[in-house]
Design a protein around this ligand. Sequence first.
Ligand SMILES: [Zn+2]
Ligand SMILES: [Zn+2]
Length: 338
Amino acid sequence: MAKKILGYVELIWTCDSCGTKNPGAIKSCTACGAPQPIGVRFEQVDADSFNFIKDEALIRMAQQGPDKHCPYCGTRNLADALTCVQCNGDLTVGAKSRPSGMVVGQDAQPTEVEIDTPGSLPGFERTATPMSRGLLLLIILAVLGLCFFFMWNTFKANRTTDVNGVVLSTAWERSMAIEAYTTVTESDWLSNIPSNASAYGCSSRLKYNSSTYVPGSVESCGEPYTVDTGTGIGQVVQDCVYQVYEDYCRYETQAWVVVDTVTTSGTDAYASWPDLNLMQNQRLGGRSERYTIYFDVNGRSYNMRTSNFELYQSAVPGSSWTLAVTEGGDIRRAEPNP
Ligand SMILES: [Zn+2]
Ligand SMILES: [Zn+2]
């Protein structure tokens, strides 16, 4: 989702000592002079309207990154300051940057929001909820148990026993598709339609949502909200997506399509392909062959389907075979006995 910056607003902070609300950029209380506490949360002046800052210098300050607190006296200094304005202490080592990136006005756990400013801003550390060891162990055991259960079932279903069978009868079926080169109606995005085809019946449809701006797209944005930049100035942003529309049309084109499937069948060992008379604009399509061998195993009948013609041809009625059968009655392997 694209973050669209609407502008910057001044935030306020409340003095711990006297309760006075001070402008965000002011670093010590305007009423009692107390320094701004390190962990103070900035608030929005008015939650419903944005009084955008016009002062370029203030905006640049907000874009520079969060303020940092002096490691010696705690005074708040600008992000690019090298020495403390209060005690002249060195700020290049040990200065603590103010938290930034929280959505202003949200009291719950601060949501980390990326701020679009030159240079990266340090965010909050995310702490993972520790899961109790016992529960974790229980989950692992349950997953392992399930895995074993499925593996055992698969193993059981695929376990075969060798039995002796006698071929009772056989059957074959062979089919061929006939294709014709004809006019067909297709649908596609206008940009995908071949240039020699003419599009008709077009309607504009949502093709995809882009997180970055695309020329000609429809912008769809959520409610604006304010993000704390750590400087006392809030960045007002909107999450936007860009809906890309394109015409979706029908067009006519020439293509090979299956117009008929011809099937022949029999029960002998000499299967043949259907005899076809093709017309001028026709051609042969896909072909398929299917053979069934019926076995008798100690009075119980089994059948096996295969596309292996050679195997089928050796299934002479009355011949003896070794079959690998599953509990469910599927023949997994069949070989004629020598
Ligand atoms: Zn005060
Ligand atoms: Zn200092």
